[in-house]
Design a protein around this ligand. Sequence first.
Ligand code: DX5
Ligand code: ZN
Length: 221
Amino acid sequence: MRGMLSPSLMCADILNLQSEIEALDNLGVDYIHLDFMDGKFVPNITLDASLIKAVKPVLKNMKRDIHIMAYEPQQYFDRMNIGEGDIVSVHIEACENLRDVLNIIRNRGAMPFLAISPDTKSEVINDFLDVIDGVLVMTVYPGFAGQPIVEGSFEKIAKVRKIIDNSGEDIILEVDGHVSWDLCHKMREYGADLFVAGSSSVYSKGMKIDEAVNKMMELIK
Ligand code: DX5
Ligand code: ZN
């Protein structure tokens, strides 16, 4: 699978979101990463459900990559208008019945992804390989941009890659957190397919978005 990019909207210029989104779409970016938080599962709040919904009709080719860091994520699906083409990542610790939640995502025509936090063991994905289209490996603690990478993240990417490959299933490996200029290529080598790019790469200060996106696409291809 070719490497794909998913710039994180919480790191964009929040006063100019529409033009920021359109610029990415025009550059041929595959996904836009949309972080939703409830202030309880993680101690922060960023993009709200109505904003995530409002993004959908603006997109031409780009697809939504929705990362829900909230308890019982299914309660927000209508408000986000989740449906065909969307990636929806949920955390195992946030769902009382994870399999049901993953199936609800699939039944809406979206792609269910299982997100695993740094303290969550890679092996938890084993029980869900038949119902997921992707695994989102968090390489920072969920909730905030601009954090350093958590130690052991590369080993975790490699481990998840191995589980996916051994399963024979068609499952995307996404990485989220400190996907920096320096580390993204190594993450690719360790087996990542989809890269959430935030403050440590495409939204780093002083760089034009087209330059930054093209540089990133070259590094992860
Ligand atoms: C976490 C978010 C962002 C993302 C930002 O769920 O998706 O925090 O990691 O990128 P960095 O880590 O580069 O600021
Ligand atoms: Zn995220």
